[in-house]
Write a protein that binds this ligand. Structure first.
Ligand code: GLU
Length: 450
């Protein structure tokens, strides 16, 4: 057996290629586009040397994958995590390319980051790292070239340090990063956008597949994984609408709320996470049970909506089976490639079994709200204007509705299945085919394939 050289990237490519089969059989000329689009336009790979609090030099590997610029400047986050390598950043940049296409905004795809671990670092160490990282990255980005943003490990604080470093190096105040502070070029709703957008997308899915589990009912049970930016705002939106959030998690374990999380408790977790704390410190809170070393999916006997929001491959085949047994009807990713191939197969087989089955939405569709509001931040920066919270939230809702509609219609046309007996279209096929056609057509118009 040949072991995959870039396992995460190969998984993402395989998923897209499989989804595209019915479309490519009917339109064989696009096979060339698939061969070309899978190769990143450019990868920048660099050394980052920074000084720790003891004056000792530390070294990390920095990257920026400029995947595709057919639809606009490269756009996508920066991941700071010890696991970061080229396979992970290529998979993320590849997914980002099609995700950004599904937002309908003018953004190409990119991703970057470093194998730097912000956990346990002082504020000064993080600042020095960000300055060192931007010293090199600044040569390769710009508001019309490549516009990075946050991802795992890169939040408001890091974006601030990175922006400050760029501004000093170039003597320019431009919108070359998104996720900026509200008083210095950021957009309202950007921090909330991925989580809120996920729920706006899920509301459309519920209305079509299982209106009995609408999110205004406390009897609708929601399991969420993760406890970072995406999961916090996902949970807050679910709570605001009225449904019950049963779980959150981090890399060490899961915290189950017997009667459901409260808004106040989510804020408390937000503060804890900012200080680098972990959920295990909340193990003795009344009403909450902590489970070390397990993800949420097997911990709740009944769940209607499951929302992976932590990282890639965070739902295994067995966990997917447990969710199906627990009665899950909607699985929508807030994370990128949250479900393993095995988990997706289980959910898709359940969907094909007809009414009452699971309906799965891939991250490139259901979590596109984050980068969509980044796109709106770029638009506001270009105009040197700031839109109101309501304006941005309404635009986000419209983008998620449009994205859902595109996935539904491409899924109906191109999943290669007979959709009889009330079987719902595959949103996986829909997202992959619709995103691919948009990117491929722009590439063709620009002479990238023929
Ligand atoms: N990291 C986010 C994503 O995976 C947001 C990227 C951005 O805003 O550019 O879509």
């Amino acid at each position: 057996m040949v072991l995959p050289h870039e396992p995460e990237f190969e998984q993402a490519l395989e998923e897209l290629s499989t989804s595209l089969q019915p479309f490519l059989e009917a339109n064989p000329q696009y096979k060339k586009a698939l061969e070309i689009v899978q190769v990143p336009e450019r990868i920048v790979n660099f050394r980052v040397v920074w000084e720790d609090d003891n004056g000792v030099p530390q070294v990390n590997r920095g990257f920026r994958v400029q995947y595709n610029s057919a639809l606009g400047p490269y756009k996508g986050g920066l991941r700071l995590h010890p696991s970061v390598n080229l396979s992970i950043l290529k998979f993320l940049g590849f997914e980002q390319t099609f995700k950004n296409a599904l937002t309908g905004l003018s953004m190409g795809g990119g991703k970057g980051g470093a194998d730097f671990d912000p956990k346990g670092k002082s504020d000064s160490e993080i600042r020095r790292f960000c300055v060192a990282f931007m010293t090199e990255l600044s040569r390769h980005i710009g508001s019309d070239t490549d516009v990075p943003a946050g991802d795992i490990g890169t939040g408001a604080r890091e974006i601030g340090y990175l922006f400050g470093a760029y501004k000093k190096l170039k003597n320019e105040f431009t919108g070359m990063l998104t996720g900026k502070g509200l008083t210095w070029g950021g957009s309202f709703i950007r921090p909330e956008a991925t989580g809120y957008g996920l729920i706006y997308y899920v509301e459309h899915m519920i209305a079509k597949a299982c209106p009995e589990y609408s999110l205004d009912k406390p009897t609708t049970l929601v399991a969420i994984s993760g406890s970072g930016n995406v999961s916090q705002y996902t949970a807050l939106k679910v709570i605001e609408l009225g449904a019950t959030v049963l779980t959150l998690s981090d890399s060490k374990g899961s915290l189950v709320a017997e009667k459901g999380y409260t808004k106040e408790f989510i804020h408390k977790i937000g503060e804890l996470k900012l200080k680098g704390g972990s959920l295990e410190t909340l193990a003795n809170e009344p009403g909450y049970t902590y489970h070390a070393g397990v993800r949420p999916w097997t911990l709740v006997p009944t769940v209607h909506i499951a929302l992976p929001g932590a990282t890639q491959n965070e739902v295994s085949g067995e966990e997917a089976e447990a969710l199906v047994k627990a009665g899950v009807r909607i699985v929508a990713e807030g994370s990128n490639m949250g479900c393993t191939t095995e988990a997706i197969e289980i959910f898709e087989a359940s969907r094909r079994s007809g009414p009452g089955g699971v309906w799965y939405a891939p991250g490139k569709a259901s979590n596109c709200g984050g980068v969509a509001v980044s796109g709106l931040e770029m638009a506001q920066n270009s105009q040197r204007l700031a839109w109101t919270t309501k304006e941005v939230d309404n635009k986000l809702k419209a983008i998620m509705a449009e994205c859902y509609g595109i996935c539904l219609s491409a899924g109906t046309k191109w999943s290669g299945e007979e959709l009889t007996d009330g079987v719902l279209p595959s949103l996986l096929a829909g997202a992959n085919v619709a995103g691919f056609i948009k990117v491929a057509d722009a590439m063709k118009a620009q002479g990238d394939w023929w």
